[in-house]
Design a protein around this ligand. Structure first.
Ligand code: ADP
Length: 344
């Protein structure tokens, strides 16, 4: 599936953990959301109640999990992590909810992928901190009400459009995370470079930031690849930088990122495959999402929640009622003459 936007293994997850800011003050960018969350947490503290339920939406790697952890950390409450795909029956949901301690923060990632029966149980739980457990089958079935400890649900989704309205309406606060500006990503890289002990001059940081698809997770990942590159190639013929504290130049950044198929504006292999199909194969569109997905051999959901939002944001792709289209900027990036997509 995805190269750059998802954590790939246990080690990645551990490193990601080490790079996570623990307070709203350390969380870079997203000023509006940060201010709103701060108010929500402050009010909850004064009222001595768990904070209202929070829904965070936006593409992967923009900080939804990190914000859930910050909510728990700042309100000094324990955090429970779960995800939609892990909750496939009402019973899974009942077990999860009934085991929460008072005030606990429950994070459900990919909340749009829960089973319907679990979702319905969650409605009542969110509203009244209560669930009804069905016992028995058929005519003899009865429901037994169960009181729950009050909790704060933090739901995350890459596709808020997929959430049923009754679920969305039960969140007291919803926020959409936007892609980050290069200057913000520079701050993320600067902080992570200190944590990882990598020397990185300002222009090298800027180069990584520019190529990170507006996404902190990708910025951190590219930084680690640059660190690897410098560790391996950086020892000979370079002034300064004792072993173990490598310093990267912009040339190192370029070389490392080229090796990993990240192009000069940060598009990865899948982004380029989608653009290429749109421009060359479908002559600029319009083409339906599922056709596009099949052509590049990816799931439509990945194209829609990961690839497309960024290509739209940088003005390379447009959405029309008849399908996806490529813009003149996309043609220019692929060096294909506009209006003549069939010719190479
Ligand atoms: P999501 O849950 O949206 O997929 P995460 O919260 O897991 O994204 O963030 C991915 C990585 O990016 C983490 O290592 C986190 O530390 C980093 N990160 C995300 N947002 C920020 C931010 N605003 N400031 C600093 N680091 C961030």
């Amino acid at each position: 599936t995805r190269d750059v936007a998802e954590p790939q293994d246990e080690i990645e997850l551990a490193v990601e953990g080490a790079l996570r800011p623990l307070s709203l003050a350390e969380f870079v960018g997203q000023h509006k959301v940060r201010g709103q969350l701060q108010l929500l947490l402050d009010a909850a503290r004064i009222r001595q109640r768990p904070a209202d339920h929070i829904l965070l939406s936006g593409p992967p790697g923009l900080g939804k999990t990190t914000l859930a952890m910050i909510v728990a950390h700042e309100s000094e409450r324990p955090l429970r992590l779960s995800s939609g795909p892990a909750i496939q029956h009402a019973g899974d949901m009942a077990a999860l909810l009934s085991s929460l301690t008072p005030g606990e923060v429950l994070f459900i990632d990919e909340i749009h992928r829960m089973a319907r029966s679990a979702e319905e149980m969650l409605y009542l739980a969110m509203e009244d901190f209560r669930i009804d457990i069905m016992v028995g089958k058929g005519a003899g079935a009865t429901s037994i009400p169960l009181e729950l400890a009050p909790f704060t649900l933090v739901g995350a989704t890459t596709r808020s459009g997929m959430l049923p309205n009754p679920l969305r309406d039960r969140f007291g606060f919803t926020a959409h995370l936007e892609y980050y500006e290069p200057e913000e990503l520079e701050q993320v890289v600067e902080r992570s470079a200190i944590v990882l002990g990598v020397g990185l001059p300002r222009h090298a940081r800027a180069e990584i930031a520019r190529r990170s698809r507006g996404t902190p997770r990708i910025a951190n990942r590219l930084l680690r690849r640059v660190r690897d590159y410098v560790l391996v190639h950086g020892q000979s013929g370079r002034a300064g930088g004792a072993p173990g504290s490598p310093a990267a130049t912009q040339a190192d950044v370029n070389a490392a990122l080229e090796l990993y198929d990240v192009d000069p504006i940060g598009l990865d292999r899948l982004d380029r495959a989608v653009l290429d199909a749109l421009v060359r194969r479908f002559r600029g569109g319009p083409v339906g999402l599922s056709t596009l997905a099949v052509t590049v051999g990816e799931e439509a959901e990945t194209i829609e929640s990961v690839v497309e939002p960024y290509l739209v944001r940088i003005g390379f792709m447009g959405r029309t009622p008849r399908g996806r289209i490529a813009t003149p900027e996309a043609y220019a990036h692929l060096r294909v003459p506009h209006g003549d997509g069939s010719l190479r």
